[in-house]
Design a binder for this molecule. Structure first.
Ligand SMILES: Nc1ncnc2c1ncn2[C@@H]1O[C@H](COP(=O)(O)OP(=O)(O)OP(=O)(O)O)[C@@H](O)[C@H]1O
Ligand SMILES: [Mg+2]
Length: 258
């Protein structure tokens, strides 16, 4: 199937669509509404992946899901992020975007925390018919560990590679990847990563999948293996998602182009 031609993948960070400081799920419906309006005029093939924010990270931490298998903790965390997905999908549909939630727990298997297999046929069919699949960071079955937490930041490059996406955007709550003076680093590649790494940390809030450093490493691995450039930008700033979808280069580019 070649329906992924000109495919765009957009990640909506949990730090934008939820109050990530909260200990249990607090959704920012107004932000999701604004984002939905910005997406609504986009005509191309689009996959949305959203983060978990306070609908997954605090729960995964509470049940120590990164340390040992916990069946009820895995289910509680999965149900929490599924609830967030429901809100995202509802708001997208209310704004004229035909969106369907695709929960990774139901179509993905990991091994030692890394995605091993994912069923993608339904996603190809959805794109072919103008439906926007909405995936999210989730707890998934893991052939070695029982379950593992798979971040949206890992899902984006996995799908991008499998489906040969052409435009990749990682919307989070900062202008881009910031240096020690809070200026946006325009380009990160394997040439300067070792140098800029010292400025990049996890998250100031609870984040069990590595925060900004985890994000940059995932996207850098993708650019090294596929030549795909991605953009980390502030999805909390009105207009930025629209600008990204129009092809404007905003935020930090993670690339292997010199
Ligand atoms: N150099 C840096 N530049 C920008 N943010 C940084 C940097 N170092 C650490 N951070 C932290 O990383 C956070 C972004 O990562 P985080 O995973 O929390 O966001 P998210 O992807 O929006 O959320 P989620 O994982 O729930 O989807 C920033 O809000 C900031 O606290
Ligand atoms: Mg994160």
């Amino acid at each position: 199937m070649d329906s992924s031609k000109n495919l765009t993948i957009l990640k909506l960070g949990g730090s934008v669509i939820t109050d990530k400081r909260a200990e249990d799920g607090v959704v920012r419906v107004n932000e999701i509404q604004r984002i939905a309006k910005e997406i609504s005029s986009f005509k191309g093939k689009l996959i949305i992946v959203h983060g978990a924010g306070s609908f997954g990270h605090p729960q995964a931490k509470r049940f120590a899901l990164n340390e040992e298998f916990n069946v009820s903790g895995s289910i509680i965390t999965h149900l929490s992020v599924k609830e967030l997905c429901r809100t995202v999908v509802d708001v997208l549909n209310e704004n004229g975007i035909c969106a369907v939630g695709v929960h990774p727990m139901c179509c993905m298997v990991a091994d030692n925390g890394r995605i091993k297999t994912m069923f993608l046929d339904q996603i190809y069919c959805m794109l072919e018919r103008g439906i926007v699949p909405v995936l999210h960071g989730d707890v998934v079955m893991d052939s070695s560990l029982g379950t593992s937490v798979v971040s949206g930041d890992q899902i984006v490059p996995y799908i991008a590679k499998q489906m040969k996406a052409s435009l990749l955007g990682i919307g989070s709550a900062t202008e881009g990847v910031l240096d020690d003076k809070s200026s946006t680093i325009p380009i990160i590649s394997s040439n300067n990563f070792e140098d800029v790494k010292k400025h990049i940390r996890g998250s100031e809030n609870t984040d069990v999948t590595g925060g900004m450093l985890g994000k940059v490493k995932e996207m850098l691995d993708l650019s090294d293996s596929t030549n795909t450039t991605s953009h980390i930008f502030d999805a909390g700033k009105p207009g930025n998602i629209e600008r990204f979808l129009k092809g404007e280069k905003i935020g930090t580019a993670i690339t292997n182009e010199q």
